[in-house]
Design a protein around this ligand. Structure first.
Ligand code: BJW
Length: 256
């Protein structure tokens, strides 16, 4: 199937969807300039394995390093702007909801770029880097301006500040997981964008969607761990493919 055929097939699926669920990962933000999670190993933190930094054990072992890493990434996210892929998903939500149907965006991203692009129905599966909390009281706070003046940062209660993100071995926020599973159990179209689908539980969402009888679609420059369970795949960057899909589905310069 050529690229135009895949775009056409996905456009028809989202245009006709009654209950659309979209799952996004780091790839959707790549064209905004934020490195994907695993590509981050080629960046400034090349000497560290991100998977070893994104754990509670790493924070216990070296809170200074982990706090610096997340503060540095927070600065990077704040300096980025949503790209055409984020904006196309926000437009897709407006079109679907505007015609009385349901739409939910499940994101593994912590950068808040979907919300800044205008998406409203967003579930943050892995939390957000923009809010931090005290390890002693659990109280969530807006973190001090970045760069922080000390690493790690102590709260007035004597705890350490950590980002409200979900690390390996931690449970996802209960409300986020419940919202995700309930929407997947009812969806008729599932669209996975810019995720390698290697990290659970999001990697298994395609199976929940298929169990519900949904048409499954994927946008990614490469095959992923779930490609074998995808009905329609468009291979390319989401900043180009998503606007083309929204335009093909709704026309009239919808994704402009
Ligand atoms: C483009 C593009 C462009 C490029 N356009 N696309 C053994 C077996 C099975 C499971 C486990 C296991 N041992 C432990 C587990 C559970 C574990 C897990 O899944 N581990 C796997 C690594 C095996 N999961 C957990 O621990 C989760 N909690 C949990 O399950 O609780 C219960 C439990 C606990 C303990 C044991 C068992 C059960 C929590 C997972 C939390 C993940 N957190 C992170 C860090 C968040 C904070 C931060 O940002 O630092 O979330 S890890 C990291 O991976 C981050 C991402 O959200 C997540 C997913 O990555 P993503 O988004 O897919 O990015 P990439 O980089 O992998 O892929 C990018 C894609 O974009 C690629 O495909 C590119 O091709 C594509 N791309 N440019 C479109 N322009």
């Amino acid at each position: 199937m050529g690229e135009n055929d895949s775009i056409g097939a996905i456009a028809r699926a989202v245009r006709d969807a009654c209950r659309l669920v979209v799952l996004t990962g780091a790839g959707v933000s790549a064209e905004s300039g934020t490195p994907t999670f695993r590509d981050a190993m080629t960046g400034l933190w090349a000497s560290f394995n991100p998977e070893q930094l994104a754990t509670p054990e790493a924070f216990d072992r070296d809170p200074e390093l982990v706090t610096r890493w997340y503060d540095h990434r927070r600065l990077g996210c704040m300096a980025c702007e949503p790209n055409p892929g984020h904006r196309a998903l926000a437009e897709l939500e407006r079109r679907v909801v505007g015609s009385g149907r349901s739409f939910l965006l499940l994101t593994q991203n912590v950068d808040r770029l979907h919300q800044r692009a205008g998406s409203n129905a967003v579930v943050e599966l892995h939390g957000t880097i923009m809010v931090w909390r005290c390890t002693k009281t659990g109280r969530e706070v807006m973190p001090p301006p970045t760069p922080m003046s000390e690493y790690p940062t102590r709260t007035e209660a004597g705890g350490l500040l950590r980002p409200c993100v979900v690390w390996f071995g931690e449970m996802l926020p209960e409300s986020a997981l419940e919202a995700a599973l309930s929407s997947l159990g009812e969806c008729d179209v599932f669209l996975s964008v810019g995720t390698s689908a290697l990290v659970q539980p999001a990697a298994g969402f395609v199976f929940e969607a298929r169990r519900a009888g949904a048409v499954t679609c994927e946008i990614n420059p490469q095959d992923t761990a779930i490609t074998g369970w995808i009905d329609h795949a468009a291979r390319g960057p989401s900043g180009r493919i998503l606007p083309a899909i929204v335009e093909a589905a709704f026309g009239d310069g919808a994704a402009a």
